[in-house]
Every structure is written in structure tokens, then in C-alpha cells.
Write a protein that binds this ligand. Structure first.
Ligand SMILES: [Mn+2]
Length: 318
């Protein structure tokens, strides 16, 4: 593990930094990327952010698309900074092979399983978000934060703590929120975009989820195929918005959300409460994540995935 000072030296001495997050970006990933861009530029280093985001993603209402590049020319960069994940296998396929072999720096808060070549790691799984890690670096380097970047980091903090609801919410989350507010983070803007902008097709998707939930004991699961999403005029990103909603149901300790990301491949997101750990099961099936928010992938059609999930339901209490 490297130190905050070593990160500073790496960023200062780099000529141009390419910033990446994980595939299927979320609020924290974006918050950390935009925060990292501010960090690099404040240290006098040029940088570019790379991300593939669906045109209609709500995230773009906070994080402007004009700052995101899609074509990555590895020869232009002498350092690759990856935030909110700690292995190249989690970054978008279209960037992955190009990033291999370059100097890598990972800043992340997920449990680490792989050590990449040419990579330096700054990984603290106890941190509630990657955004707060970037914030703490900015603070450590005594760089004055602006209101725009504070808003980005606040969005990341809110995203990964579920608006200060999840068990990863700790004192530092509130301290950080307080400091971000002080420098002018636009809290209402973040909340309007994230919590007050449901479209009617998202409402229909939400109804679909609750009507089609299956359960086995205290575990519930839902499987949404590509076809279902198309019929509901929704995306996987829409779907992810409601996983915490299902986790509000008292009867269930574990929620499994399976959705088809590419034909015949399902991503399964897990959320839990009441102290039930889901990361072990995620790791068992080749995935990973946090104790109470993790995920893995399953291959098969809707029917066979349903069968597997029904069996997996029992494993949380084994
Ligand atoms: Mn995160």
C-alpha cells in the first residue's frame, strides 16, 4: 500500500493522467473520478476522464458529459488512475486491454483479491466511499475545494451510503458532508436528481419488481431479463435504483437482484440488513464487494438463473 504523500508525488510527476472508474458507473464512481480530476489539476497535472455512459443516464444531470472521453489513446498518458475498484477486470472492456501494462494507481474502498502488474494501491475497504478517499487526499494536500467539486463528492458520498442509511455510514461520512456543505456543495441539486426525478416508466418498473418478487425464507430475489427491460422501456441503471427500496421490506434480510447485462449473462446484486453478510456468497460465485452490498454474475437463461437463485437463497444461513 502506498501513502498519501506517494500519491501526491505520482500525480505531480505524471505528465498526463487518464482517469477511469468501474464499468456501469455509479454516483460514487463518478464523484471519485471528478474529484480526482480536480485533484490532478490542482497539483498542476493535466488529465482526462474516460467513461461510457448511456445517453439518458440520470448521472449526467450531476456529472456533465462534456468532461468524459470515450476514445482512449494510451500513448498520451504516463499514469492511469483507477477509482472505486481495484482490478482492471472491473473497468470497461473497451479500455481494459489498452490500460494493461501502463503505470497504474488504484484508489478504492473494496476488498482486494488481485494484485495487478505495474500497479500501486491505495485501498481501504473500511472507507464508506471512494469519493471520501479523494476528499481526504484533497484535504491532506491542503487544496482549497470549490463548490462544484464539493457537489460531485457529496453525490458520491450520498450514493454509496444510501443517503447515510447503509452500515458503512460512519462519523467521517458526516464530518465530510459537513465540510462539503460549508464550501457550498449543492445538496438539493443532488437530492433532486437522485431522489426526486422518477419517470413514469421507472415507476412502472418499480411496480413490476414488487409484483414479481420471489422469496425463499428471509431471502427474496427478482430476475429481470433484457426482454422485460425492453418491455418496460427501462435500463439496468433504472433497475439498480430500486434495490434499496426492496431492502426496506422488513420480511427480507437479503435481496438478490438479477438482471441481464448482455444476452445470457446476468449480474446479481446483493443487499442485506440485520447483520447478514452477503460478500461471502458473492465471492463464492466469482464476484465480490462489501459485507452488505456485493454482487456476482450468472450465465444462463431466465429460467436456469431462477433455479440457481432459489438454491443460493439457502446458502446465506448455511
Ligand atoms: Mn464506491
Amino acid at each position: 500500500m502506498i501513502t498519501a504523500k506517494e500519491i501526491r508525488d505520482m500525480l505531480v510527476s505524471a505528465k498526463r493522467v487518464a482517469i477511469f472508474g468501474h464499468v456501469r458507473l455509479d454516483l460514487d464512481c463518478f464523484g471519485a473520478m471528478f474529484g480526482a480530476k480536480f485533484l490532478c489539476e490542482s497539483l498542476g497535472t493535466k488529465c482526462d476522464m474516460f467513461a461510457n455512459v448511456p445517453e439518458n443516464s440520470f448521472l449526467l444531470n450531476i456529472f456533465p458529459k462534456r468532461f468524459l472521453k470515450q476514445k482512449f489513446d494510451k500513448n498520451k498518458y504516463d499514469l492511469i488512475l483507477v477509482v472505486d475498484c481495484n482490478t482492471l477486470s472491473r473497468i470497461d472492456e473497451s479500455f481494459r486491454s489498452e490500460a494493461k501494462g501502463k503505470n497504474l494507481l488504484f484508489i478504492d474502498h473494496h476488498a482486494q483479491n488481485v494484485i495487478e502488474d505495474n500497479a500501486k494501491f491505495y485501498v481501504y475497504p473500511e472507507k464508506c466511499s471512494a469519493s471520501i478517499m479523494i476528499y481526504e487526499l484533497i484535504e491532506k494536500y491542503k487544496i482549497p475545494l470549490d463548490a462544484t467539486t464539493a457537489t460531485y463528492i457529496f453525490a458520491g458520498l450520498v450514493g454509496d451510503t444510501g443517503r447515510f442509511l447503509h452500515t458503512n455510514t460512519d462519523e467521517s461520512a458526516f464530518v465530510c458532508a459537513s465540510k462539503l456543505t460549508k464550501v457550498g456543495a449543492d445538496i438539493q441539486k443532488v437530492y433532486d436528481v437522485v431522489y426526486r426525478s422518477l419517470t413514469m416508466s421507472q415507476v412502472r418498473l418499480r411496480n413490476f419488481i414488487f409484483e414479481n418478487l420471489k422469496s425463499n425464507g428471509n431471502v427474496c430475489y427478482i430476475i429481470v431479463s433484457e426482454k422485460d427491460l425492453k418491455k418496460l422501456k427501462s435500463t439496468a441503471e433504472d433497475l439498480k435504483m430500486f434495490i434499496d427500496d426492496v431492502n426496506k421490506v422488513k420480511d427480507f434480510d437479503v435481496v438478490m437482484f438479477a438482471y441481464e447485462v448482455t444476452h445470457g449473462e446476468y449480474k446479481v446484486s446483493l443487499r442485506s440488513k440485520n447483520g447478514v453478510v452477503v460478500s461471502k456468497i458473492a465471492t463464492k460465485y466469482g464476484g465480490g464487494g462489501h459485507k452488505m452490498a456485493a454482487g456476482f454474475s450468472l450465465v444462463g437463461d431466465k429460467k436456469s438463473v431462477a433455479k440457481k437463485l432459489k438454491v443460493i437463497c439457502e446458502e446465506f444461513y448455511a
